[in-house]
Ligand binder design. Structure first.
Ligand code: KG4
Ligand code: ZN
Length: 375
């Protein structure tokens, strides 16, 4: 089955053509094309995604991305069996552009359309991992750790397409916290890769590393929820305090390319803050994932979402489950290119929905739902 998927929930305009077969027993995907037009450069100036700018860019990009996706896939519209489109969660003005585009294509090409949940796409993105993926490793119950710019969720999947959110953030998403902390330090958007890169740098200041301490919010709470807003505020206070101390203690030239609160920080301190912030976030994510896996007897752990690109998070999750001497848990990571938003993961998700015949001939009633939840 050939699926053409459209993703416009945030700041990437993406269209993918996917050849899917094998059913629930042995799903196999051949990505004929997966074009992603990133708007990062446009939003960088504003330090984050501006919904109406995103909408304007999607409108401009969609026809171009479609053409590229079809040319790369080397197929004609006739060969497409079904169109898939992300309907939520995400930025509603952005989602609408994809939905309206899908409706128009459906009309012109006379093809049915499948609405797809963006988070389900992130959760199933591991299935696109050609190099490592074996369906025999994808055993239920599956626990998904979804970490993106808008979401932080632990999702239990007891069977195909059956989801239960067992924990989620009560305030900021972890990716959002990375982005906001980066902004405080004068690092560009998106902040996740910037913080990760700083945290990986060698710093020769042992004093700073041992003196920079941040809280691990909710790490001992008796549930699987998260909170990253307090961590972000703690970073702000720490930055102010250290910047003030370094201002009086040295003759450092202020960095006017940074916000006021971090203007006097030395490079070693920035590295120390990035490292401790990243570690605090990872500690909470790993600890809750272990506890949830034990409670629900998960046989597989799946990682998904933009923050899943974080190498340290992957390494520490691997370390945490390597201690499992019985080797009962399979840990599955998506390929890095499928961690951030892309339409290939939307197409793969749509494939399973087609197996349940969840497509609609006339998608007139499709609506964008910014808060769409997994269920
Ligand atoms: O899934 P995604 O592309 O968009 C949403 O659905 O939100 O995730 C984007 C988020 C951003 O917050 C970005 O800073 C974060 O993923 N991110 C990372 C890394 N790469 C991207 N966070 C931590 N470490 C990374 N290497
Ligand atoms: Zn996403």
């Amino acid at each position: 089955m050939i699926i053409l998927a459209i993703e416009t929930s945030c700041d990437e305009t993406s269209i993918s053509v996917l050849d899917a077969k094998g059913g629930f027993r042995n799903p196999r995907f051949n990505i004929l094309s997966n074009i992603v037009a990133s708007q990062i450069k446009i939003h960088k100036k504003w330090g984050g995604v501006v919904p109406n700018l995103a909408k304007r860019e999607h409108l401009k990009n969609l026809p171009i991305v479609l053409k590229k996706a079809m040319v790369k896939a080397k197929i004609s519209a006739k060969k497409v069996d079904v169109i898939a489109v992300t309907v939520g969660p995400g930025l509603e003005p952005a989602l609408w552009t994809g939905i309206n585009f899908a409706k128009a294509l459906s009309e012109v090409w006379d093809k049915p359309v499948i609405p797809v949940n963006h988070m389900e796409g992130h959760l199933l993105s591991v299935l696109l991992n050609k190099k490592q993926f074996l369906i025999s490793n994808f055993q239920f119950p599956i626990l998904g750790l979804l970490v993106s710019g808008g979401h932080t969720e632990l999702v239990l999947m007891r069977d195909w397409l059956k989801y239960k959110i067992i924990g989620q953030t009560r305030d900021d998403a972890v990716g959002e916290a990375f982005d906001k902390v980066a902004r405080m330090l004068g690092l560009p958007y998106p902040g996740g890769p910037e913080i990760a890169a700083k945290a990986a740098q060698i710093s020769n200041s042992k004093f700073l590393i041992s003196n920079i301490k941040l809280p691990r919010p909710m790490i001992n709470s008796n549930d699987f929820d998260f909170s990253f807003s307090g961590l972000k505020t703690a970073v702000l206070y720490l930055i102010k305090e250290l910047s003030e101390a370094e201002k009086t203690g040295s003759r450092r030239i202020p960095r006017y390319d940074r916000p006021q609160e971090s203007r006097f920080l030395g490079e070693a301190t920035v590295i120390g803050i990035c490292r401790e912030f990243q570690q605090a976030a990872i500690d909470v994510l790993v600890s809750k994932t272990i506890k949830a896996a034990q409670k629900y007897g998960a046989k597989t752990i799946v990682l998904g979402g933009g923050v899943a690109a974080n190498k340290e998070l992957r390494k520490q999750l691997r370390g945490a489950f390597a201690g499992d001497s019985k080797q009962t848990v399979n840990l599955l990571f998506p390929e890095i290119k499928f961690t951030t938003d892309n339409a290939a993961m939307i197409a793969a998700t749509a494939y399973f929905r087609t197996l349940k015949r969840e497509f609609v001939k006339k998608p007139n009633r499709f609506k964008a739902n910014g808060n769409l939840s997994l269920k």
